[in-house]
Structure formats: C-alpha cells, structure tokens
Design a protein around this ligand. Structure first.
Ligand SMILES: NC(=O)c1ccc[n+]([C@@H]2O[C@H](COP(=O)([O-])OP(=O)(O)OC[C@H]3O[C@@H](n4cnc5c(N)ncnc54)[C@H](O)[C@@H]3O)[C@@H](O)[C@H]2O)c1
Length: 219
C-alpha cells in the first residue's frame, strides 16, 4: 500500500512510519523538520501551507500514482497563549493543516484517512485553542464522512503519549501517577483504525488499553 504520514519525523508519526514500513508499505513522510528519512520518500512540508500540501501530494502521485492511506498526524499543543495570535497558531497547525491536506488529497486518496486528534478533543483542555482545534478535527471527520469522499475517514484520540510534545511536563505527569502511552502503542492503534471498515468514527487509545470506539449520539 502507499501511505502518507504528516509529522512523520518524530513521536507518534515516526512510530507509525516504522510500523507501516515494517509491514511493507511505501510511506511518504511529510514534516517541517528535515529529519524524517524513515520512509520511501520524504517531502519537506509545512502543513500550515495549502501550497505545501499540494506539492506534497503531487510528489506522492508522481512517485507512486495514488494514495491508499493518509494520516494527518502533524500537530502541536501550546504555548498556552490566550490571545488572537495564540488562537491562529493553534488553528493553523492543528485544523487548517488537516483541511488543506484533505483538499490536496481529493481524487488521489481512495482507501483510509486518519486524523490524529486527542482526548483533548473530547474533554476540552486548559490549552484552550488546542482543545478547540482538536474538537474541530473530530467535527471535520464526522462531517466529511457524510459526503461520500471516496475514502474512509476516522479520528484517533490518544491520551498522554510519551513524546517530546510532553517533555516539559513529563516528570510532573509521572509524579502525579499518570500513565503515558508509548508512541508505538498509538501507532498500533492507528494501524487498527486504518484497517477498520467503518467511517466517520472516533476512537480513543490510552496507555495499556486497547483502542476503543467512542460512542456516538445518534440523531
Ligand atoms: N503526545 C501526546 O500526549 C499527544 C496526545 C494526544 C494527541 N497528540 C497528537 O499527536 C500528534 C503527534 O504528536 P506527537 O506527540 O508525536 O508530537 P511530536 O512533537 O513528537 O511530533 C510532531 C511532529 O509534527 C511535526 N510538525 C509540527 N509542526 C509541523 C508543521 N507545521 N508542518 C509539518 N510538520 C510539523 C514535527 O516536526 C514532528 O515531527 C499531534 O497531532 C498531537 O496533537 C499527542
């Protein structure tokens, strides 16, 4: 299969790239950090830019012809700036990026898309605009799935994951007795969701627990 992973240079994305490469996929890795050479093709990409997303998908198509899998994983929490610029920063990297990535993939992706959301997208967060953007990712997934886009699309909500994104709070979290999932646990959950036949679903994964479907209110 041909897979695209954004934010594939570090953390959860890098663990997922290793997992997909390990099962024999050709993986296109997109990241703003050039240190993302684990896949078959690396395309330096700022996911906040629509033009970069277009260039990324064009490079994938030129090399492989199509995409079976796309994982919109790049994202960032904080800084917890309760300001207009803090709001725009959170929206650009966490929400614009997924909207632009999906738009660029339209007509090219035919299998399964996954958006790496967060438990913060279900519970809210003191990192206000991060929590807001993660809720919006879930709304985007549920809404796009109702338009017959030509691929399945689901959201995965990890709890705390032991990546550099948490480095500043890690000792505090561990001292408080909170369990951190490993990036590979989340990558395994992502692989499960990518292979599931359902669409428009929201899943959660927490340290030491299997991936679970988040119940949905039916209208
Ligand atoms: N770590 C956690 O506790 C946790 C929990 C829930 C959800 N998440 C989500 O998982 C995803 C991955 O987070 P992580 O913990 O692996 O973080 P990370 O910082 O380890 O990795 C994020 C990756 O995204 C890349 N990236 C950041 N901004 C980018 C940009 N503008 N363009 C392209 N690439 C960019 C980084 O270079 C990095 O490779 C994020 O969407 C995050 O919100 C993380």
């Amino acid at each position: 299969m041909i897979a695209l992973v954004t934010g594939g240079a570090h953390g959860i994305g890098a663990a997922l790239v290793r997992r997909l490469v390990g099962r024999g996929d050709d993986v296109v890795v997109a990241d703003i950090d050039p240190d993302g050479e684990g896949g078959s093709l690396f395309v330096r990409t700022d996911v906040r830019s629509y033009e970069d997303n277009e260039r990324l998908v064009a490079a994938a198509v030129e090399r492989f012809g199509h995409l079976d899998v796309a994982v919109f994983n790049a994202g960032a929490a904080g800084p917890r700036s309760f300001s207009v610029s803090g709001y725009r920063d959170a929206m650009r990297v966490n929400l614009d990026a997924v909207v632009y990535g999906l738009a660029a993939c339209s007509g090219v992706l035919s299998g399964s898309a996954l958006v790496m959301a967060s438990i913060a997208g279900l519970t809210g967060s003191p990192d206000v605009y991060y929590g807001t953007a993660k809720h919006a990712q879930i709304g985007l997934v549920r809404s796009i799935s109702q338009t017959a886009p030509g691929y399945r699309i689901n959201a995965l909500c990890p709890g705390l994951v032991d990546t550099r994104a948490l480095a500043a709070y890690r000792s505090e979290l561990v001292a408080a007795g909170l369990a951190l999932a490993s990036p590979d646990e989340v990558a395994a959950a992502a692989e499960t969701v990518l292979g599931d036949r359902r669409t428009g679903q929201v899943w959660s994964v927490q340290a030491g627990r299997p991936v679970e479907l988040v119940p949905r209110i039916r209208d």
